[in-house]
Ligand binder design. Structure first.
Ligand SMILES: *[C@@H]1O[C@H](CO)[C@@H](O)[C@H](O)[C@H]1NC(C)=O
Ligand SMILES: *[C@@H]1O[C@H](CO)[C@@H](O)[C@H](O)[C@H]1NC(C)=O
Ligand SMILES: *[C@@H]1O[C@H](CO)[C@@H](O)[C@H](O)[C@H]1NC(C)=O
Length: 981
């Protein structure tokens, strides 16, 4: 029999696919034994490989779960065993192939694939700490499989690709996605300007070609734009406020055409060929510590196991099916595109490798996916056509799949020409199918753990024996007791897991919603669901640096350098006549930096300043001089340059503070000058850039001098208003009943830190911001009190029409910074109520992932925080939730803004017993503030001892109340602070 025969290599015309089933039969690929892609290798080699594979498999099986027997290969009798058996399987394969596979447009699997009855509960996973796990797939009566996958599926990813694994038995639906699957961009113009299909050439006098400009105006319109802007600035100066509906504001609106939005990709379906009536001990779990999802169940005497992971080092996603007895795997595998309706979907098969290509309707961009089916077991038979592979009677089947588009980050700006991903994907697949599953598994786990294990948080959680959906139910009903602390810490670790799965070097930053949520896959120009840089994008990274995931920030830096800076330089010169770069708050993968087309046109022109905070933080946490010099500083310098050129005097030409104008704050504001958020961001950017200059040096003295001068007179955006509030505008016009979700004016509390470094004494001799804006600069205490007052009035972030996850997360973080554990935890609870409890996989895709990432950052902030280099605070937040302090607890691997690694453990009730500081990157002084030291009713008599680990050296320190001051930690040394009563 032919071992191998191939169908067409490259995509075929669609018409050809519509041939009758009979033709398909003839075109069928007949593939019999294992390693179908290695048919040219000699028998000996195959045999040797087989043994190797077996060894590898065996090792892995033992480590993983002893109940699964390694398949046996040694009986030669199998080979000759029965040609009849094989013939029978072939016929069966052919019958199955004759039925078209399900497609992603099929909402629910039809009759033969209804899920089986579940009986006998599985026990909890062994050695389980950080896992999501479930004893059921989901409510089987529900029809909306699609929504179910969003609510219950496991999210796996390797940065560029993310998949949602359903966990079904008869039909395993894997929703595959690729971060650059986006509508919009310059491709839209290419489609619009393409000559018509009939070959007639476009005549010159047709409509002028549209050109995608990332929201920028054409060069010839720039002068009138800048004039109008100047006029608006004057109006703002005269009136203080201009209504957004004023004609002049309308004339300054941006251009959102071609913005696009993220799109679904398709589905990989793995259908069980033999129908199971009853399934016992079903369990699916996502192990956050390994990044592997597993589905196990028993049918009769057989145990089945399916493993899923997406490997960053191998750039591929993997699913492996195995059973406790050989010859038990019978599946059919198919791919389907979410873009069937464009008429461009093409399906191919080369050597049991299915391919699917489609072009996006909006911009003609190529999307492509491949899945390779590799089989183990001498007795199995597999046949395939262009749409599906059927594999019957194998011991194990491993699927490798990968996705790509014609978009690339490197060198694509500004035209983003479609680069065919075919060769890249092919080589990924060649490497994957040529490797050994056991090696690939271990490589993935090691890669994942290198990041994941860097931070531990023990809130005294007891071992979790409840399935995650039941845990959520119990928490919702308030019956959860001590497991609440487990759920909270699980959320933190889950957030870290999601960042690892979504943001790795070479990928785009984590955008986090429309990609998975099918109702949002409209393809329309929709800036509200792209990269939102007025909170979502930044919040996604709040947790990264402090919990040892600095590497995941790389995509954010790349995104700024490769897309936002080049286009943002044009935006700066065209709209503002300024040097440097800026971006307005909504962007996409096509480098959109222009203002919005909405009423809030002048909302947050300081988005770049905010993003630069992440670049500066990346330096602080890594202490990487070259990163600062070659990347972060350049970004910061350009962003600062823009503001040096653009800031204006609030009042007269030479007096009053420098402000951003026009400027807009969300809520009930008009177009004004110097809103708190813009001022705080600019102040911090100038401050950071000057700090950076001190490290890298700056030859351009004029620039450095301009910066210094600007920082002296720029309004810091910290004013206390008539009802004791922190003002959102430079004018005192805050409404105490405003419940807007956004907290821009509290930026200086979190994620910024400026209020903590304002002068404490009221006898401050600092210059006033300008006498017409009233009085002396407020002190630190006054500002903290004002922030508190404002936030109490601003509510919990759950008002109708403003009920966003990020609104609660931001509140939790600000309360944590303000030292109020009770209100911080109330915000966490509100978040859980609105965004966690109804989602068995804890993912509220409609809201986005930023809420979960942000609330997790806030929970870490409640336990330990480092607001600035030289400072770390441990358990200093008052009224931490009781649930967290019922047992001993600890934190390990927390990073300070100097890159020190801090661990601490505490007793029941929160008395800190030990703090360890590893000064891994930097020498200097460190102020360690410890909650249970010196506070009023804590342990004022505590004895503190500081020693250097593995050394007898006496360590000099001083104590100021609850602060232990280590005057001079040495780089590379570890210091231990022991505290006794
Ligand atoms: C669980 O942990 C114990 C002790 O560390 C170990 O012996 C056992 O093999 C582990 N079980 C699994 C399934 O990993
Ligand atoms: C889409 O791209 C393909 C391949 O480059 C090309 O043949 C086709 O003409 C394009 N379609 C349009 C509408 O631009
Ligand atoms: C920046 O601000 C900090 C306080 O947050 C201050 O200590 C530092 O001196 C400032 N740096 C410059 C260059 O102004």
């Amino acid at each position: 029999m032919d071992r191998q025969q191939s169908t067409s290599g490259r995509p075929r015309p669609r018409r050809q696919q519509r041939r009758s089933t009979l033709l398909l039969f003839i075109a069928v690929v007949t593939v019999v034994t294992l390693f179908t892609t290695h048919s040219d290798q000699g028998t000996f080699f195959v045999h040797a490989r087989r043994q190797q594979q077996q060894r590898q498999q065996h090792q892995f099986t033992v480590q993983d779960s002893s109940s699964f027997r390694a398949p046996s290969y040694d009986s030669d009798s199998d080979n000759g065993a029965s040609l009849q058996d094989r013939r029978r399987l072939e016929l069966e394969c052919q019958q199955i192939l004759a039925i078209p596979p399900l497609s992603s447009s099929t909402p629910a699997p039809p009759e033969p694939f209804l899920e089986p009855t579940f009986s006998t509960l599985a026990g909890p996973p062994e050695n389980s700490t950080w896992r999501l796990w479930y004893r059921k797939w989901t409510d089987l009566s529900a029809k909306e499989t699609s929504t179910k996958i969003e609510n219950a599926g496991f999210l796996l990813g390797n940065g560029q690709s993310q998949v949602l694994v359903g966990g079904g038995i008869h039909v395993e639906r894997i929703r595959v996605s690729e971060e650059s699957s986006w509508a919009g961009g310059p491709g839209v113009d290419r489609v619009a300007n393409a000559p018509p299909g009939d070959g007639a050439s476009t005549s010159d006098d047709e409509v002028e070609e549209e050109q995608y400009r990332g929201g920028n105006v054409p060069v010839e319109e720039a002068p009138q734009r800048q004039e109008a802007l100047e006029k608006l600035r004057l109006m703002v100066k005269e009136k203080g406020q201009v209504r957004p509906r004023e004609k002049i504001v309308g004339s300054l609106k941006g251009d959102e055409r071609g913005f696009g939005s993220q799109l679904a990709f398709g589905e990989l379906l793995v259908e069980e060929v033999k129908k199971f009536e009853t399934v016992r001990e079903y369990r699916r779990e996502l192990d956050l510590e390994t990044g592997v999802a597993t589905v196990t169940f028993s049918v009769g005497d057989l145990q089945y196991k399916r493993e899923h992971f997406c490997s960053f080092p191998d750039a591929v996603c993997v699913m492996r099916l195995q059973a406790s007895e050989p010859k038990s795997i019978n599946v059919r595998v198919s791919l389907s595109s979410a873009h069937e309706n464009t008429g461009t979907a093409e399906y191919t098969n080369v050597h049991n490798r299915l391919g699917m290509r489609a072009r996006l309707a909006s911009n003609n961009m190529t999307t492509e996916a491949m899945v390779a089916v590799t089989t183990e077991g001498a007795t199995g038979v597999s046949l395939a056509n262009n749409r599906q592979v059927v594999a019957l009677g194998f011991d194990a089947v491993t699927l490798y799949y990968t996705m790509g588009t014609g978009w690339t980050l490197q060198g694509s700006y500004p035209n983003f020409e479609d680069k065919d991903p075919h060769d890249r994907l092919t080589s990924v697949m060649d490497k994957a199918v040529g490797g050994l599953y056991g090696d690939q598994y271990l490589k993935h786990v090691q890669d994942h753990q290198t990041l994941f294990q860097g931070f531990r948080l023990d809130l005294g959680q007891i071992e979790n024996k409840l399935p995650t959906d039941e845990l959520l139910k119990a928490s919702k009903e308030g019956n959860v007791g001590e497991e609440e602390a487990y759920l909270d810490a699980l959320m933190v670790q889950y957030a870290r897991y999601l960042l690892i799965a979504s943001s790795r070097p070479g990928s785009l930053p984590l955008s986090g919603r429309s990609m998975w949520s099918q109702d949002q896959n409209t393809g329309l120009d929709d800036p509200s669901i792209g990269y939102k840089m007025d909170i979502d994008l930044q919040m996604n990274y709040w947790l990264a640096e402090s919990t040892g995931l600095g590497e995941t920030v790389t995509p954010l830096i790349d995104y700024m350098e490769k897309l936002l800076v080049p286009r943002g330089q044009d935006t700066a010169s065209l709209y503002y006549g300024a040097r440097g770069w800026l971006t307005h708050p909504y962007s996409n993968i096509w480098a959109h930096t222009g203002p919005t087309a909405q009423d809030q046109t002048f909302y947050l022109p300081t988005a770049a300043a905010w993003l630069c905070q992440h670049a500066w933080d990346r330096y602080l946490y890594s202490q990487d001089y070259y990163f600062l010099r070659d990347h972060a500083y350049k970004l910061m310098k350009g962003a600062a340059q823009f503001w040096v050129d653009t800031l204006v005097r609030l009042r007269d030409e030479e007096e009053g503070p420098l402000v951003v104008s026009p400027s807009f704050a969300p809520g009930h504001g008009g177009v004004t000058a110097g809103t708190a958020m813009d001022q705080q961001l600019v102040w911090q950017l100038l401050n950071n850039t000057l700090e950076a200059i001190a490290v890298v040096g700056e030859r351009d003295r004029v620039f450095a001098q301009n910066l210094t001068t600007a920082l002296e007179v720029v309004a810091p955006g910290l004013r206390v208003g008539s009802w004791g509030q922190l003002q959102e505008w430079s004018l005192d016009m805050d409404d105490p009943n405003e419940r807007h979700p956004h907290l821009g004016y509290l930026w200086a509390v979190y994620p910024g830190n400026q209020v903590f470094f304002r002068n404490s004494s009221s006898s401050s001799s600092d210059e006033d911001e300008g006498e017409d804006e009233g009085g002396k600069e407020p002190t630190r205490e006054e500002l903290l009190e004002a922030a508190r007052e404002s936030l109490i009035h601003r509510g919990m972030g759950d008002r109708p029409g403003g009920n966003f996850g990020w609104a609660k997360s931001w509140r939790a973080a600000v309360w944590a910074r303000l030292g109020d554990g009770r209100l911080a935890y109330r915000a966490v609870e509100t978040f859980k109520r609105d965004h966690i409890f109804e989602h068995p996989n804890l993912l509220d895709f409609k809201d986005g992932l930023s809420g979960l990432l942000g609330v997790s950052a806030a929970m870490v902030e409640m336990v330990i925080q480092s607001r600035a280099p030289g400072f770390v605070d441990i358990l200093t937040v008052a009224d931490l939730p009781d649930q967290w302090l019922r047992k001993e607890g600890s934190v390990e691997g927390f990073r300070t803004r100097d890159g020190h690694v801090v661990s601490s453990r505490w007793e029941v009730g929160g008395t800190v017993r030990q703090v360890e500081v590893y000064a891994s990157l930097k020498a200097g002084s460190l102020r360690v503030k410890i909650g249970s030291l010196g506070g009023e009713d804590r342990t004022p008599s505590a004895k503190v001892r500081v020693s250097q680990k593995e050394s007898t050296k006496v360590v000099a320190y001083s104590r100021e109340g609850d602060v232990v001051v280590l005057e001079a930690v040495a780089k590379g040394q570890t210091y231990v602070i022991d505290i006794d009563d």
